[in-house]
Write a protein that binds this ligand. Sequence first.
Ligand SMILES: Nc1nc2c(ncn2[C@@H]2O[C@H](COP(=O)(O)OP(=O)(O)OP(=O)(O)O)[C@@H](O)[C@H]2O)c(=O)[nH]1
Ligand SMILES: [Mg+2]
Length: 432
Amino acid sequence: MIFFPINNIIGDMKEKRAKAILIDVIDLDTPKDEARKRLGELENLVNTYGSIVVVKTIQRKGKPDYETYIGKGKVEEIRLTGKEKKAEILIVNNILKPRQVFNLQEILRKDEIKVWDRIDLILKIFDKHAKSTEAKLQIELAGIRHMGPRIYGMGIELSRQAGAMGLRAGAGEANIEIMKRHLRKHELSIQQKLKHYDLIRAGHRKRRRRQNLKTVALVGYTNAGKSSVLNALTNKGAYVADQLFATLDTRVGKLYIKPKIQNNKKYVKGMEILISDTIGFIQDLPPSLIQAFKSTLAETVEADLILHIIDITDSQIHKKIKVVEKILDQLGLRDKPKLYVFNKIDLIPEIQQPKELRKPVRPKGILRAGKNTAKILGWESEKPKFKAAEDPGKLKRNYEKFSPVFVSANEKINLDKLIEKIEGKIKKYSQT
Ligand SMILES: Nc1nc2c(ncn2[C@@H]2O[C@H](COP(=O)(O)OP(=O)(O)OP(=O)(O)O)[C@@H](O)[C@H]2O)c(=O)[nH]1
Ligand SMILES: [Mg+2]
């Protein structure tokens, strides 16, 4: 009898508050600062999942170990520390080959430490956050695609071991075949169910096109504030949280742009625009995961305009912009009309905001005084905790072709400007 957790391919959820050891294997040239940030992001992911980090470590390696990814000495070190700290999971911040996971698991099995790679962790978070049936099915599909080769690999390995011990080697292979068929059947059945949702979505999109409704899609690195922007522009009430991958479903809200009379007395018709929010992006998101979310991302693919939401306080701002652009490329969206929306400007000192946003610091009617007067009178705010990762003026120049706009979804700063730009871009591209 084969044991196979078909109903929950990505494992049970008992590990919720499990103690975890984190390791990131990086190459020899990765700068120290970047290494620290990578580990920081991993820790964020682990916290989002709900595990407790007991040890975190980095290994610099020219080439990952063929058998165990992590170097042999380091594995032993981890095993001993893990035992001492009663760790239950080892999380490797890289994408491992099935045999590497299997080998690591074999070494750590006796100490009851499970091994996850980065994708395992992301899948677990997805699984925990998914609410709709569609999102759950998409995650199960991604899980099968990720775990499938690992399970086959395990079968082959077990079969080889059985052969070496003089047992009937063929038994393992027969089992793998049964597993493969079983998995394939299950994968097809999920795909069938997902097709049903695809059809519903396609129907919606067709109706919108018939009604000539324009659509705008929000994209961005996870936690940039996409759902917050959706809520600020519409009254959708999307779920917002200081967590990675808080959103896993597509939500669509409506933005009404009122008709207006321009300065030259010209009447400008109002507009109704649909805005869709979707799953956030992250570095090292493998194509198979994107593929599994294809139908959700279809809203993005078919949108008239993309709003790329960027957290202006993020110290890895340029890197994250690149990650998002790369994924947009993979989705075939390189040339789609785009607006860059730098969000969370409420967190940065006013002086660093672009000129147009700077508010006068001094109350009206007070004459200019000496250098330290503002400080003495307590007008100068406390030193802010955050700062812009990059000078906004520079961001504006660098990304000029994406008509950058600086907003705060939480404090509703500069949303008029954003709406104006959305309207302008949509009009421009619907004329061409
Ligand atoms: N200070 C400040 N915080 C913000 C702003 N916009 C969003 N946030 C915070 O940033 C965190 C993430 O916001 P979300 O809107 O959930 O981000 P998201 O991009 O939808 O994230 P995922 O769905 O997890 O990918 C939350 O804690 C928000 O309150 C803003 O304008 N200012
Ligand atoms: Mg969200």
